[in-house]
Design a protein around this ligand. Structure first.
Ligand SMILES: NC(=O)c1ccc[n+]([C@@H]2O[C@H](COP(=O)([O-])OP(=O)(O)OC[C@H]3O[C@@H](n4cnc5c(N)ncnc54)[C@H](OP(=O)(O)O)[C@@H]3O)[C@@H](O)[C@H]2O)c1
Length: 291
């Protein structure tokens, strides 16, 4: 059985792989910082020597977008230097490397969905570090970079869970409406990545390296997203639209973060759910878990 190493496996996306791995015909090995600190070069080489993974999915990252403005070095260490470690270890063992990135590599000034070939113009330290992530991964010919956006899951902390918590406590809530993008249910993203790996492992499709965009289908603002969360969860909290200038954050976010996903659909035959139906599924799972 081919081995898949999932790093950062206690995070949102990593946990989705743990869930899906039960039905897969691969030998999964899940690690987080306690088992494999990917910023430790020697540890990476030793781990790869022992495991010899056929595929590596790096779900570990510095994801605190606002904190990155004041912790630039930490963000760089995990999002860039650690990816270099994984790339070099993958090269030594001929492993495929699947690396995650973000729509924050763009400045959000376009008004049509971003394609993979659009120039990267990050405006935050997090976005700059993700450009570094991509650079490191892409100099290896067996790597695939998947940019995603507005990731949420039943695991970890995210916008959906925050809105539900606030919706239970408050009667009303202001949410920005002048930033638009597409939410991504991490369960869908994990399934898409496993589909790519299965096709490559079985020889059904040739491996194509490079950058690919993946989010759910559709477009919404954070305000629309919050309204949908309240409605689907059955909360009475009234959501009202506010401008970004009335909700200042240390890191600048793209006003328009919608991505064109034609490439991943055509090259790897990936079908993508609309954000609303995926949110419905996620909220149903949350309710079943008693959240
Ligand atoms: N979240 C989003 O909205 C979003 C949007 C676009 C793209 N992405 C990208 O998608 C990917 C997955 O995001 P996510 O939301 O699933 O991330 P996440 O929930 O923050 O998970 C990251 C995991 O990596 C672990 N980690 C931290 N330092 C590590 C180290 N040195 N070695 C090994 N593991 C380490 C973290 O542990 P601790 O929690 O203990 O630090 C955490 O379990 C990332 O590349 C992210 O940049 C995310």
């Amino acid at each position: 059985m081919k081995k898949i190493l999932v790093t950062g496996a206690n995070g949102q996306l990593g946990c989705e792989f743990r869930k899906l791995s039960k039905d897969e015909k691969f030998d999964f090995v899940f690690t987080d910082v306690d088992e494999l600190d990917i910023t430790d070069r020697e540890a990476c080489f030793k781990f790869f020597d022992r495991l010899k993974p056929a595929f590596v999915i790096n779900c570990a990252a510095y994801t605190a977008v606002d904190r990155a403005e004041s912790e630039k070095e930490l963000a760089w260490k995990l999002n860039v230097d650690a990816v270099k470690n994984l790339k070099k270890a993958s090269l030594e063992h001929d492993s495929y490397l699947i690396q995650l990135s973000s729509e924050y590599v763009f400045d959000g000034k376009l008004n049509v969905p971003y394609a993979e070939w659009n120039r990267t113009t990050p405006q935050s330290e997090y976005g700059k570090s993700k450009v570094g992530t991509e650079f490191e991964a892409l100099c290896y010919y067996k790597s695939l970079v998947i940019r995603t956006s507005w990731l949420y899951s039943t695991f970890g902390n995210n916008f959906v869970k925050t809105m539900i918590k606030l919706g239970k406590e408050r009667e009303s809530l202001g949410v920005v409406f002048d930033q638009v993008g597409t939410p991504t249910y991490a369960e869908d993203l994990a399934a898409a990545i496993l589909r790519i790996i299965s096709q490559v492992a079985s020889g059904e499709r040739k491996f194509e390296e490079g950058v690919f965009h993946y989010s759910n289908e559709g477009v919404c603002s954070w305000y629309d997203f919050a309204c949908a969360i309240m409605k689907l969860y059955g909360l009475k909290c009234k959501v009202y639209p506010i401008l970004t200038e009335n909700y200042p954050t240390p890191a600048k976010r793209p006003e328009y973060g919608v991505m064109n996903k034609a490439k991943i659909k055509s090259r790897y035959g990936i079908e993508i759910n609309h954000w609303f139906s995926s949110l419905e599924r996620m909220i149903e799972s949350l309710k079943q878990s008693g959240f």
